[in-house]
Ligand binder design. Structure first.
Ligand code: PGA
Length: 255
């Protein structure tokens, strides 16, 4: 996988969350794998960690890149149940989702913890997808920009310019995740442009133009095309709709 994003190659990423057992996952792979041809985008899949190795062994193509849905903020030690970035890298995993709103909500991940997870990922040469996005009550008060700005500042903006270009960002408004209620293209574009402008202000416009910013939140075949058409939307992080191979392939085709 190239780490050079100079042309901001688009991404469609499947976040399976805690879904699919190994047989169902193998079936998914059997359907999606051969259907990926020369799609002009990167296609990532994030299964549960326990089965990534098996799926990597099963997959015969070179279009799909496998990643983990989380990693520990610690290097190693007495952290029962955790998986370190180093362990993921040691089995050939190249990507990791960090800061997903479900981990923030259910496991109490703070901006500080997510910063430490990002550091672990970067040190171990995993490419992180850093998730940010506001809950409904923040959106209702029209404070989403300040909210996301704080997430960026507290987790991301301590990284060097060299490190930041290898981090992918996913803007995922929490009110849109798994609700069937997606952001409109205007809402998505406004927030993506805002995030890019913040990166430009912190680093440089050149760096901001290289960073890929994905949209996530009820992205499906019926709305993917209009969301992906937005100038600052570089693809999608797909939850529910990624479980169905046909829907996932239709979203890829929407690019
Ligand atoms: P969703 O999830 O597509 O089911 O809304 C997106 C995500 O959580 O990454």
């Amino acid at each position: 996988m190239s780490k050079q994003n100079l042309s901001r190659r688009k991404i469609v990423a499947a976040n399976w969350k805690m879904n699919l057992d190994i047989d169902e996952a193998a079936e998914w792979l059997g359907e999606v794998g051969p259907a990926l041809k020369d799609d002009d985008c990167d296609v990532f899949v994030f299964p549960s960690s326990v089965m990534i190795g098996d799926l990597m062994d099963m997959y015969e193509g070179d279009m799909l890149v496998f990643g983990a849905q989380n990693c520990s903020h610690k290097d190693s030690g007495a952290y029962t149940g955790e998986v370190s970035a180093k362990q993921l890298a040691s089995v050939g995993i190249e990507l990791v989702i960090l800061g997903h709103s479900e981990c923030r909500e259910h496991f109490g991940e703070t901006n500080e913890i997510i910063k430490q997870k990002l550091q672990q990922a970067v040190q171990n040469e995993l490419m992180p997808i850093f998730c940010c996005g506001e809950p409904l009550e923040v959106r209702n008060k029209n404070e989403q920009k300040n909210y996301v700005k704080q997430q960026l500042e507290e987790s991301l903006f301590g990284f060097s310019a060299a490190a930041i270009t290898d981090i992918i960002i996913a803007y995922e408004p929490i009110w849109a995740i798994g609700t069937g209620l997606n952001a409109t293209p205007e809402q998505a574009q406004e927030m993506h442009a805002f995030i890019r402008a913040e990166i430009a202000a912190k680093y440089s416009n050149e760096i901001a133009q290289q960073i890929r910013i994905l949209y996530g939140g009820s992205c499906k075949p019926t709305n993917a095309k209009e969301l992906f058409a937005c100038a600052d939307v570089d693809g999608g992080l797909i939850g529910g709709a990624s479980l169905n191979p046909k829907d996932f392939l239709a979203i890829i085709r929407a690019l």
